[in-house]
Design a protein around this ligand. Structure first.
Ligand code: 5GP
Ligand code: ZN
Length: 119
Protein backbone atom coordinates (compact mmCIF):
# COMPACT_ATOMS: atom_id res chain seq x y z
CA UNK A 1 0.00 0.00 0.00
CA UNK A 2 1.79 3.09 -1.24
CA UNK A 3 -0.11 5.48 1.05
CA UNK A 4 0.77 3.54 4.23
CA UNK A 5 3.62 5.00 6.30
CA UNK A 6 4.86 1.65 7.61
CA UNK A 7 4.60 -0.06 4.19
CA UNK A 8 6.78 2.76 2.88
CA UNK A 9 9.28 2.22 5.71
CA UNK A 10 9.34 -1.52 4.95
CA UNK A 11 9.96 -0.65 1.28
CA UNK A 12 12.86 1.62 2.29
CA UNK A 13 11.16 4.73 0.86
CA UNK A 14 11.17 6.42 4.30
CA UNK A 15 14.20 6.01 6.59
CA UNK A 16 13.85 3.83 9.68
CA UNK A 17 16.20 3.22 12.62
CA UNK A 18 15.98 -0.57 12.26
CA UNK A 19 16.93 -2.68 15.28
CA UNK A 20 15.69 -6.12 14.18
CA UNK A 21 14.60 -7.73 10.92
CA UNK A 22 13.38 -11.13 9.76
CA UNK A 23 12.04 -12.27 6.41
CA UNK A 24 8.50 -11.30 7.51
CA UNK A 25 8.97 -8.61 10.19
CA UNK A 26 10.72 -5.28 10.74
CA UNK A 27 11.41 -3.50 14.04
CA UNK A 28 12.49 0.14 14.28
CA UNK A 29 12.69 2.86 16.93
CA UNK A 30 9.62 5.06 17.43
CA UNK A 31 10.20 8.64 16.27
CA UNK A 32 8.56 9.96 19.48
CA UNK A 33 9.76 7.58 22.21
CA UNK A 34 7.66 7.23 25.36
CA UNK A 35 10.31 5.24 27.26
CA UNK A 36 14.09 4.70 27.01
CA UNK A 37 13.30 1.74 24.75
CA UNK A 38 10.36 2.31 22.39
CA UNK A 39 10.47 0.06 19.35
CA UNK A 40 7.70 -0.64 16.83
CA UNK A 41 7.47 -4.17 15.43
CA UNK A 42 5.52 -4.61 12.20
CA UNK A 43 4.74 -7.36 9.72
CA UNK A 44 6.23 -6.51 6.33
CA UNK A 45 2.86 -7.33 4.81
CA UNK A 46 0.08 -4.79 5.34
CA UNK A 47 -2.59 -5.73 7.90
CA UNK A 48 -4.54 -2.93 9.61
CA UNK A 49 -5.02 -4.33 13.12
CA UNK A 50 -3.96 -7.19 15.38
CA UNK A 51 -7.44 -8.71 15.04
CA UNK A 52 -7.28 -8.56 11.24
CA UNK A 53 -3.86 -10.24 11.27
CA UNK A 54 -4.97 -12.90 13.76
CA UNK A 55 -7.75 -13.88 11.35
CA UNK A 56 -5.77 -13.52 8.12
CA UNK A 57 -2.45 -15.10 9.13
CA UNK A 58 -1.97 -16.35 12.71
CA UNK A 59 1.51 -17.66 11.85
CA UNK A 60 2.58 -14.15 10.87
CA UNK A 61 1.12 -12.77 14.12
CA UNK A 62 3.25 -15.32 15.95
CA UNK A 63 6.29 -14.14 14.02
CA UNK A 64 5.56 -10.52 15.02
CA UNK A 65 5.26 -11.49 18.70
CA UNK A 66 8.48 -13.52 18.51
CA UNK A 67 10.22 -10.53 16.94
CA UNK A 68 8.98 -8.31 19.80
CA UNK A 69 10.39 -10.82 22.27
CA UNK A 70 13.74 -10.84 20.45
CA UNK A 71 13.82 -7.02 20.55
CA UNK A 72 13.16 -7.09 24.31
CA UNK A 73 16.09 -9.47 24.84
CA UNK A 74 18.33 -7.44 22.52
CA UNK A 75 17.44 -4.23 24.41
CA UNK A 76 18.20 -5.81 27.81
CA UNK A 77 14.56 -5.78 28.93
CA UNK A 78 14.39 -9.55 29.49
CA UNK A 79 16.57 -12.61 29.19
CA UNK A 80 15.92 -15.53 26.84
CA UNK A 81 14.36 -17.53 29.66
CA UNK A 82 13.36 -14.82 32.15
CA UNK A 83 11.18 -11.72 32.53
CA UNK A 84 13.51 -9.36 34.42
CA UNK A 85 13.54 -6.37 34.38
CA UNK A 86 10.41 -6.46 32.22
CA UNK A 87 8.75 -4.55 29.44
CA UNK A 88 5.34 -3.84 27.91
CA UNK A 89 3.92 -4.80 24.51
CA UNK A 90 1.04 -2.58 23.38
CA UNK A 91 -1.06 -2.51 20.25
CA UNK A 92 -3.65 0.21 19.89
CA UNK A 93 -6.77 -0.55 17.87
CA UNK A 94 -9.01 2.21 16.56
CA UNK A 95 -9.39 5.90 17.37
CA UNK A 96 -10.50 5.54 21.00
CA UNK A 97 -7.23 3.73 21.76
CA UNK A 98 -5.16 6.24 19.80
CA UNK A 99 -4.21 4.14 16.76
CA UNK A 100 -2.77 6.62 14.28
CA UNK A 101 -1.13 4.25 11.77
CA UNK A 102 -3.44 1.62 10.29
CA UNK A 103 -0.70 -0.96 9.78
CA UNK A 104 -0.45 -3.33 12.73
CA UNK A 105 2.45 -2.50 15.02
CA UNK A 106 3.45 -3.76 18.44
CA UNK A 107 4.96 -1.09 20.68
CA UNK A 108 7.78 -2.57 22.78
CA UNK A 109 8.30 -0.25 25.76
CA UNK A 110 10.82 -0.55 28.57
CA UNK A 111 13.82 0.85 30.36
CA UNK A 112 11.76 2.56 33.06
CA UNK A 113 9.03 1.58 35.50
CA UNK A 114 5.71 1.52 33.62
CA UNK A 115 2.55 2.50 35.48
CA UNK A 116 -0.73 0.64 35.39
CA UNK A 117 -3.45 1.37 34.37
CA UNK A 118 -2.24 3.16 31.26
CA UNK A 119 -3.74 6.50 30.35
P1 5GP B 1 -0.19 4.33 17.23
O1 5GP B 1 -0.57 5.70 17.71
O2 5GP B 1 -0.82 4.03 15.88
O3 5GP B 1 -0.41 3.23 18.23
O4 5GP B 1 1.38 4.37 17.02
C1 5GP B 1 1.98 4.97 15.94
C2 5GP B 1 3.40 5.28 16.35
O5 5GP B 1 4.15 5.58 15.18
C3 5GP B 1 3.53 6.47 17.29
O6 5GP B 1 4.12 6.05 18.51
C4 5GP B 1 4.41 7.45 16.50
O7 5GP B 1 5.32 8.14 17.32
C5 5GP B 1 5.11 6.55 15.52
N1 5GP B 1 5.48 7.21 14.27
C6 5GP B 1 4.71 8.07 13.52
N2 5GP B 1 5.38 8.46 12.43
C7 5GP B 1 6.60 7.84 12.50
C8 5GP B 1 7.75 7.87 11.63
O8 5GP B 1 7.78 8.52 10.58
N3 5GP B 1 8.82 7.11 12.01
C9 5GP B 1 8.82 6.38 13.17
N4 5GP B 1 9.92 5.67 13.47
N5 5GP B 1 7.75 6.32 14.00
C10 5GP B 1 6.66 7.06 13.65
ZN1 ZN C 1 1.01 -0.82 5.53
Amino acid sequence: MTDCLFCRMVAGEIPADVVHETDRTLAFRDINPQAPTHVLVVPKEHHPTVAALAHADPDLLGAVVRAASAVAVQEGLATEDGVEPGYRVVTNTGPAAGQTVLHLHLHVLGGRDLRWPPG
